[in-house]
Design a protein around this ligand. Structure first.
Ligand code: C2O
Ligand code: CU
Length: 489
């Protein structure tokens, strides 16, 4: 029997939170300086969006577009974002990947009180590092609706030379399709409030997408190349930049242009394999941090991960295909530099089966490599849970905001995750960027997948005081309980 293991964050008592705005947080922010103030306003609102091919869905979004309009600032700026909450639920804004001041991190009942329905909140902090980031709520499963947008932090001394920039946001979609919502999916997965049969709308969507699926919402049993299951939910649609594959967005450039792709996986429950037909890619960054330039045919992005790559455009029309890992469906965008037909929705560039450089095989750019140092503290966690019980957790203990893994400012901290489940778990750390640990110093990242039966070791320097979430970026796993907190002593 399945049971509910945690309440959605939106119903956590608002007065549980401890404002982490002590002098250490203020001092850390002062060390980041305070550059020119960039003001942005954003409204989280119910909206009807067109996803291509005439499909219109009711959803929640930042304004009336998907993804929300990219926020662009320059490293060193002070970002001041006024969030107006026109949703019928409380929300927050989280700045995925930014090492910012803790009380602006956007975790309800931990770093701030949630922004109530109808209320406003102004976030204000220094953005210290360039890179490709993104924003989303940290309230329940809201990010599996249309509430996400890229956050691009420009480098005032940009070292890369390129002609054009193409921001590519990947997503899995079910919200508003035949009445389904992410909340209903969470309820059904967790056996939560109401009966599973109340999620009839979602079931209809699933049936439409996947005629003879044997059970509920579950994705088919096909295993991917790297093993285990990358996601739980069979989505009716996959999107690139808010469009379905049958009616893709088209990016225009000239033959020979050097194009910088900034790719974000905003999916709630889907890892994507991405390739641009007819092109090799040069990986330049992952999770906003530079790596030693490395050629590859295809990329694999777990939920929350980002990659920046350079390509030199050929002459013609080329598919950028995002294949949902372990599933048969894909999303599509198109690069057009010359004449030719728009490729069909089902196009599968051969590069998808070519060389794949995974994050553990990337080396950091020297400027961001962690110095060699023995860890002062090692925190070991086992990823636990099963599909049947839907009780995803760290060490079998569901999320408790009051239970914290202590770390101390100035320490080198090692995190060791062991995955005892059959699922992928993309682990994300707030407020810091860890180094993938191995024989040599690894790439700097804030999100990395731990595959079934495997373990992942990462190191980080505890240099940003506060209370920081550590969680699986599968939004359904996180809400089922696979979240925990690192707290500075
Ligand atoms: Cu992108 Cu805690 O999340
Ligand atoms: Cu997970």
């Amino acid at each position: 029997p399945r049971r509910r293991t945690s309440a959605p964050s939106s119903v956590r008592a608002a007065d549980e939170y401890v404002a982490p705005d002590g002098p250490e947080v203020v001092d850390a922010e002062a060390r980041r300086g305070a550059g020119p103030v960039r003001k942005v306003s954003l409204t989280a609102t119910a909206s009807r969006l067109e996803l291509g091919g005439g499909l219109t869905v009711p959803t929640w979004a930042y304004g009336d577009r998907l993804p929300g309009e990219a926020i662009r600032v320059t490293a060193g700026d002070t970002l001041e974002l006024a969030l107006a909450n026109h949703l019928p639920q409380a929300t927050t804004m989280h700045w995925h990947g930014l090492a910012l001041r803790n009380d602006m991190d956007g975790v309800p009942a931990l770093t701030q009180q949630a922004v109530k329905a109808g209320a406003d909140f102004t976030y204000r902090f220094t953005v210290s590092r360039p890179g490709t980031y993104w924003i989303h709520p940290h309230s329940g499963v809201q990010l599996d609706r249309g509430l996400y947008a890229p956050l691009i932090v420009e480098d005032p001394k940009e070292p890369l030379a390129y002609d054009k920039e193409w921001v590519v946001v990947l997503d899995d979609w079910l919200d508003g399709v035949d009445g389904s919502t992410p909340d209903a999916v969470l309820d059904e997965l967790t056996g939560g409030r109401g009966s599973a049969h109340d999620a009839a709308g979602h079931k209809a969507a699933r049936r439409a997408a996947d005629g003879d699926a044997p059970s509920r919402l579950l994705a088919g049993a096909s295993s991917d190349l790297l093993g285990g299951h990358a996601g739980d939910v069979a989505y009716p649609h996959y999107l690139v930049n808010g469009r379905r594959a049958s009616d893709p967005s088209v990016f225009e450039a000239a033959p020979g242009d050097r194009i910088r792709l900034r790719v974000v996986n905003a999916g709630g429950d889907t890892a994507f394999r991405l390739a641009l037909g007819g092109h090799r890619m040069t990986v330049t960054h992952t999770d906003g941090f530079p790596v030693r330039h490395t050629g590859t045919d295809t990329l694999l992005l777990a939920m929350g991960e980002r990659y920046d790559v350079l390509v030199t455009a050929g002459d013609g029309v080329f598919p950028l295909t995002a294949l949902a890992e372990g599933k048969e469906s894909s999303a599509l965008a198109v690069l057009k530099t010359g004449s030719g037909e728009i490729p069909p929705a089902t196009v599968r560039p051969s590069e998808l089966d070519g060389e794949l450089v995974t994050a553990d095989r990337l080396a950091p750019d020297e400027s961001v490599a962690l110095t060699e140092r023995a860890p002062d503290r090692t925190v070991r966690m086992t990823l636990t849970g099963s599909m049947d019980a839907y009780d995803w957790a760290f060490d079998g203990k569901p999320y408790d905001p009051a239970a914290r893994h202590p770390v101390k400012a100035g320490e080198r901290v090692r995190l060791v995750f062991t995955n005892r489940t059959s699922m992928w778990h993309p682990i994300h750390l707030h407020g810091h960027t860890f180094a993938m640990a191995g024989t040599a110093p690894g790439a700097r990242k804030d999100t990395a997948a731990v595959l079934p039966g495997r373990s992942l070791t990462v190191d980080f320097d505890a240099d940003n005081p506060g209370l920081w979430m550590l969680h699986c970026h599968n939004v359904y796993h996180a809400e089922a309980g696979m979240m925990t907190v690192l707290g500075y002593l």
